[in-house]
Write a protein that binds this ligand. Structure first.
Ligand code: KG4
Ligand code: ZN
Length: 336
């Protein structure tokens, strides 16, 4: 039987990752070096710092990924790399490394969309039946994506301002929580009660778009007002009220999209897919309203940025012969 081995790179933001993926579904290795600590004192990702860290570590990660997978360069069938969206300088490090390997070993080069990667992480978990629908929620994206076939991505809904994870991080900063704040706020949310009435934006509008900046402002105003009048607010209650607003709009728009697009598989992906409140509310709503729908929510390590998801997405491109040449460039604002 034929086997396909792809060496994949992901350097779009603050994780450097190199992976070997077999047949688009099996992870042979998935090395991930996170830079979170270096960015924490700045309260967010600093592009220059990110690029520098990627350069420092990427060569070592290639060696480790091949060793862990038990393969050599000669065993590879293709090299894949995230071409966008992401930070241009960060993307370019992965692209340069991928080009070097492709050139040295005469391998086909595949430039992969980062969002497609988040979605295809589902292939590493279970078989996706098409048509499929995905909700991708992370620090940089909040998108509903419809797929009629494995190669066809259509963004049907997007955020008009902040991404869902970004709103967690911004609200976290106001409460003095270290970046990235999502996980901590999620934990706090389970210990409070919904005592604040925060806005749910765009619920009634006839589209699949989101907006989180109004919620963020309402949150910040509430905290600042309390500071001014010398009142102390319960942080857990703030977290519960905030999370409940975010989850409610995400679930509402997702359920509406499922009803219209009638997918066979629903995929929840991206860093915010780690959110316990979101996982619970979405699973419940889907089980109740679409009991036959297959739901794939990758494990936490495959929800955050990693190269295995890029290898999974690139495998479909390999089948489609969707290759790039050495002119492959970073596309920071890439859509699909
Ligand atoms: O996918 P990811 O690792 O990187 C991006 O591509 O952005 O997502 C990181 C984002 C951060 O904004 C972080 O606060 C958020 O995911 N996040 C969470 C949770 N865990 C991580 N947000 C809400 N609840 C969580 N449990
Ligand atoms: Zn991402």
């Amino acid at each position: 039987t034929e086997q396909n081995l792809i060496l994949a790179f992901e350097t779009s933001c603050d994780e450097t990752s190199v992976s070997v993926v077999k047949n688009g579904t099996e992870i042979l290795s998935n090395m991930i070096a996170t830079q979170v600590k270096s960015h924490q004192r700045f309260g967010g990702v600093v592009p220059e710092v990110a690029s520098r860290h990627h350069v420092e570590i990427i060569t070592m990660l290639i060696t480790e990924a091949l060793e862990k997978a038990g393969v050599t360069y000669q065993d590879l069938d293709a090299v894949a790399v995230t071409k966008g969206p992401g930070l241009v300088g960060a993307l370019l490090i992965g692209i340069s490394a991928a080009k070097a390997v492709a050139m040295a070993y005469n391998l086909p080069l595949i430039g992969t969309n980062h969002i497609a990667g988040h979605i295809k992480a589902a292939n590493l978990v279970d078989k996706v039946e098409y048509p499929a629908l995905a909700l991708v929620v992370s620090g940089g994206h909040t998108e509903l994506v419809s797929m009629k076939t494995p190669s066809d991505y259509e963004i049907i809904g997007d955020t008009r301002d902040d991404a869902a994870g970004e709103s967690y991080d911004k609200v976290g900063r106001v409460m003095g929580i270290n970046y990235p704040a999502g996980k901590t706020i999620d934990e706090m949310a389970h210990q409070g009660s919904e005592t604040f009435d925060f806005p749910r934006a765009m619920m009634k509008e006839d589209n699949y778009d989101f907006s989180f900046s109004g919620l963020k402002s309402a949150f910040i105003n509430t905290v600042h007002h309390a500071d001014q009048v010398g009142e102390t607010l319960d942080k857990n209650d703030l977290a519960t009220s905030f999370q409940s607003a975010v989850v409610e709009v995400l679930v509402h728009k997702t359920v509406k999209a499922i009803a219209e697009y009638q997918p066979k598989t629903f995929i929840l992906a991206g860093g915010v897919a780690a959110n316990q409140g979101l996982r619970q509310a979405l699973t419940e709503a889907i089980n109740q309203q679409f009991p036959d729908l297959k739901v794939i929510i990758p494990p936490l390590r495959l929800c955050g940025d990693n190269a295995a998801m890029i290898g999974a997405a690139a495998y479909q491109q390999f089948l489609d012969q969707d290759f790039s040449d050495m002119s492959l460039n970073a596309e920071p604002g890439l859509e699909f």
